[in-house]
Design a protein around this ligand. Sequence first.
Ligand code: BJW
Length: 253
Amino acid sequence: MDVPDDPRIAIDGGTRVLVVTGAGISAESGLATFRGAGGLWEGQRVEDVATPEGFATDPGLVWRFYSARRAAALAAQPNPAHLALAAVEGRLEDRFLLVTQNVDGLHRRAGSRRLIEIHGSLFRTRCSRCDLPPFADESLHESGAPGCERCAARGRRADLRPDIVWFGELLDSDHLRRVEAFAEEGPGERLVFVAVGTSGNVWPVAGFVDLAAAVGGETWLVNLEPAHNDWRFDRIVRGAAGEVLPVLLGVVG
Ligand code: BJW
């Protein structure tokens, strides 16, 4: 692991860039991260709000938690780190892929389109019981869980839930395959992997750095504080994403 003095990634016509982002990239937009002082998990048991068991026990509590997150995310704006990633995508096109663990929608609002929201989206709702397709939803459900009309039409009661991947739930296998394929394709090209604003606590995303390393990729971590998986990276830049990324990616001088 190396902490470079002048952190810049050389990106040329033979470079492919795979980026993974976490809550830290949206901190400069005013959104709370999960872990640590002032984080979303402070004073809140993860099991109560981010597991299927927590939802089954108290769907109203879970909807209040996610309604507050929806409201905060709607009020936030993308910051220079989100914009820098959208600008690099514009330059590299299909040699770029962005995987975000964030559900706040800020990458899409910054213009990112080669984007996988791997833990879901705050702005989609689905049924906790039937295969009703997830639908766009910005509404706040602060007084209890809304019910599924399709289930009601079938004479049974089921709660709608946020379309978010909670602990113990599987990530979309198409998403995982797309990440693996991107890391492995492009023979003769150099792969650069950049993780930004993530504590490296949560799997399987914390292990994506290994996918990149396994195919000879160069791996970078941009994070304010030490992460759990620091030792897996070749290069580490400690700093705020909104200051570091535009320079690291050559978007500003
Ligand atoms: C800045 C900054 C600035 C601040 N600039 N930086 C292998 C081993 C052990 C356990 C498992 C394993 N494989 C799977 C598991 C179980 C589990 C897991 O990982 N558990 C661990 C906690 C031990 N994983 C799962 O259950 C996943 N499902 C799965 O793998 O299914 C198969 C399976 C199940 C069970 C067992 C085995 C296999 C699903 C994980 C779903 C995670 N969901 C959450 C909540 C929902 C989304 C939401 O509500 O928003 O997703 S948890 C929460 O953590 C959220 C985040 O996306 C995720 C990651 O957090 P993130 O983004 O890293 O945030 P923080 O707060 O932790 O860190 C922010 C960082 O930013 C900090 O380091 C700051 O320093 C930094 N920072 N400001 C730059 N300005």
